[in-house]
Design a protein around this ligand. Structure first.
Ligand SMILES: [Zn+2]
Length: 289
């Protein structure tokens, strides 16, 4: 696990490197600004090549470094969801979505280096098998990855944002892609994988032992608590976004990084506003008024 110090904040974004018998994988990249420190880290741990770079999903903190890293490691294959292959048939192709943009970049620049994966597909690093789970909800093309040798799951943002150690969690219910039903199904599906020994969380930490099921339970509980607060406040305040955000802040507070870095209210409001709009859209609340 590598703390890439995204936006100069500690314990905000973890990148994961797997090495097995000389084969190497990077799971997510941070933004392009973190690539230099990632390259230093790889050098320090003796990794001089990458066989695979996985993109769990399209958000910039997970794929922003692909361009630089794929140039730095020309042998690396880029592993993304099969969802992209049917993208032209979806509404995301017509809109100027970052999904369409990322796919266009992959096709135009890395054409023969892209591997499209779907449910149950396996990428092998010698005797270490990485199994793919489709994990939509946070975004439609999200994938989770299970290292079957160590039974270690990499869920990306598909089961929420959990900051281990502080015990702080938020649902990753951001617009425009958040889908309420898919997100719940994904949390349930991944929690039911047998014998998971650890969960490597992007935002941030590695849950082990009893923490594993605890993380899934919190994913469901926090998700429901935020959703209920958004719905209740939406109805009480006639959909006024500021009131909804204030209700979330009153109930769930600030994250450890927001407190530690004295993040201005405007930024916190933007984050919670995103989550609120994600729920409002996904639940079709607007149409109910
Ligand atoms: Zn994300």
């Amino acid at each position: 696990m590598f703390d890439c110090l995204i936006y100069n904040m500690k314990e905000q974004m973890a990148l994961f490197v797997i090495e097995n018998h000389g084969k190497t994988v990077l799971i997510d990249t941070g933004t392009s600004s973190e690539v230099d420190s990632l390259l230093n880290y790889l050098k320090n741990i003796g990794i001089d090549h990458l066989d695979y770079i996985f993109s769990t999903h399209v958000h910039v903190d997970h794929i922003g470094g692909v361009k630089r890293l794929s140039t730095q490691f020309p042998e690396a294959k880029i592993v993304v969801s099969k969802f992209y292959q049917k993208l032209p048939e979806t509404k995301f192709a017509k809109e100027k979505s970052d999904l369409a943009e990322y796919h266009e970049y992959l096709v135009q620049n890395l054409k023969n280096r892209v591997i499209y994966v779907g449910e149950g597909d396996i990428i092998s690093l010698d005797d270490l098998k990485l199994e793919i789970y489709t994990a939509p909800g946070h975004t439609p093309e999200h994938i989770a990855i299970l290292d079957r040798k160590n039974m270690n799951l990499f869920p990306g943002d598909s089961i929420g944002g959990h900051h281990l150690g502080s015990g702080f969690s938020r649902p990753t219910a951001y617009p425009p892609y958040f889908n309420h039903e898919s997100y719940s199904k994904t949390v349930k599906k991944l929690s039911q994988i047998d014998n998971i020994k650890s969960v490597s969380l992007a935002h941030f930490g590695v849950a082990t032992g009893p923490e594993v099921q605890e993380v899934f339970k919190i994913s469901e509980d926090v998700f429901k608590a935020y959703k209920d607060t958004v719905v209740e406040s939406y109805q009480k305040n006639n959909g006024d976004l500021n009131s909804i955000i204030t209700a979330l802040l009153d109930k769930f507070g600030r994250s450890p990084n927001e407190i530690k870095h004295n993040r201005p209210d405007s930024l916190i409001f933007r984050t919670l506003g995103g989550i609120s709009i994600g729920f409002i859209n996904a639940l079709g609340l607007k149409s109910k008024f």
